[in-house]
Write a protein that binds this ligand. Structure first.
Ligand code: DSN
Length: 454
């Protein structure tokens, strides 16, 4: 690839912009700089995060943001969209290629809005939807009463079997009983493989549409390390920042059902999605975010990504194993993906106290409810860990043993005062923080490998 004068202009623009921010707004710059350092110096193991490459991040900061572009490539309601159209079409083409989709909309601002778009494409307020309950690893948008999905629609839940697997039989029974218009499969705190075909059979049996939300496992799906739902589900949604290492935003995709007619018998499913994104839910999209999504999609399509994705699952398996060997109960009995959920209440510690103590030492995880949790959502009995952010540091399975040793030392030293209060000796905390720093220095955040041709 050769640099043109125009590329050089853009590079100068980006460098001048950060310098202008530093000089003109030192207060804000200092906070941003602190956040940059924090990320470099901690072990980020929040399962719903990753570490986007600078080349994806910079897309969000470029003058693309200045363009108002309601509509779609080739059919805009504003002028000046020639290059904006090229960017969006590139993102669409990459998305379809990566996931083998026939249709892709790349405009939604998040996976939450992507899910809402699908819901309102095939349902009316008051219609019934069926989704995995939040406590069993589902998502707020899958029917929780705390979200629009559970307030506007009649949300019915399904759960897990006694051995902590998705209860497909229960999902089928509930579907037969309640006749949902939409069934949602996909999870945010479930570490096992999902059987998409089984869900589609249930959906077909009751005449429902099927939405697969692959937000957490999109990278593994793209890499072929988790089965793809694209031709099983009517709709597949994801965000681009959790496991695709791109900017923040959502995608809506359709596989073989793209030209199937929707509930009105006239409009294809693809067309319904287009109309629900714009103008129903959104006006002009964030074109910089779309450029960043395109960049993340290129990474996911690269041969290098296969190694990253394999590392994600290898590290998670090693993490689960290390916890088990230390005597912790790993929920779901292990992991097939990047997620490891650990029951800390068995050690007499609440999820929130574990989260806060670990964070104080530089290990960032999140509290998480576990199946049949007796503690409320702000307390919880578990923690959820993920390996997306560790894989990009090129960590090895042996590093996971060291991480679990540190976690175990911290939880062992923590004195729980109440469900939400604990004490941790400051000298001990500082010593662990130093050991975490040693790991982050040894395993620094890597940038993407060589230029990625799509
Ligand atoms: N879905 C939430 C999570 O898994 O943490 C974030 O979007």
């Amino acid at each position: 690839m050769t640099m043109t004068d125009k590329d050089t202009d853009l590079a100068r623009f980006a460098a001048a912009a950060i310098e202008r921010l530093r000089v003109q707004d030192p207060e804000l710059y200092a906070i941003l700089d602190n956040e940059y350092s924090r990320q470099a110096n901690v072990l980020t193991m929040v399962a719903s995060s990753s570490i986007a490459d600078p080349s994806a991040l910079i897309c969000e900061a470029l003058p693309t943001m200045n363009v108002t572009a309601e509509g779609y490539p080739g059919a805009r309601f504003h002028a000046g969209c020639r290059h904006i159209d090229e960017i969006e079409q590139l993102a669409i083409d990459r998305c379809k290629a990566v996931f083998g989709a026939q249709f892709a909309n790349v405009q939604t601002m998040s996976a939450t809005s992507a899910n809402e778009v699908v819901m309102f494409s095939v349902m009316k307020p008051g219609d019934t939807l069926l989704g995995l309950e939040l406590d069993f690893g589902g998502h707020l948008t899958h029917g929780s009463k705390a979200s629009l999905s559970g307030q506007v629609f009649n949300a019915i839940g399904y759960g897990l079997t006694k051995d902590e697997r998705i209860d497909y039989d229960q999902a089928r029974e509930r579907a037969l009983e309640h006749k949902p218009k939409l069934i949602i499969c996909g999870t945010t705190a479930y570490s096992r493989t999902i059987d998409w075909a089984r869900f589609r059979a249930i959906a077909d049996e009751v005449g429902a549409y099927l939405l697969a939300d692959i937000t957490h496992i999109a990278g593994l799906v793209a890499a072929g390390l988790h089965p793809s739902p694209i031709d099983h589900a009517h709709f597949t949604t994801t965000c681009t920042h959790k496991q695709m290492y791109g900017g923040r935003g959502g995608l809506v995709m359709i596989g073989k059902d793209h030209d199937q007619l929707g509930p009105d018998g006239k409009t294809t499913l693809a067309k319904l999605i287009q109309k629900r994104v714009f103008p129903y839910f959104q006006g002009a999209p964030n074109q910089s975010a779309i450029a960043s999504k395109a960049r993340g999609l290129a990474f996911v399509a690269s041969p290098e990504f296969q190694g990253v994705a394999q590392r994600v699952v290898d590290l998670a398996a090693a993490l689960a194993d290390a916890f088990s060997k230390k005597g912790y109960r790993v929920v779901f009995g292990g992991t097939d993906n990047h997620i490891v959920v650990v029951d800390v209440m068995e050690k007499g510690i609440t999820g929130v106290n574990a989260e806060k103590a670990l964070e104080a030492c530089g290990i960032v995880v999140n509290k998480n409810r576990i199946p049949y949790d007796q503690k409320p959502p702000h307390v919880t009995s578990g923690i959820r860990l993920g390996t997306n952010g560790l894989a990009i540091r090129e960590m090895e399975p042996s590093d996971m043993v060291e991480c679990v040793d540190l976690i175990d030392e911290i939880l062992g030293a923590l004195k729980q005062v109440s469900d939400r209060e604990f004490e941790l000796d400051p000298a001990f905390q500082a010593s662990i923080e130093e050991r975490v720093r040693a790991i982050t220095r040894r395993r620094p955040i890597r940038s993407y490998p060589a230029p990625l041709d799509f």
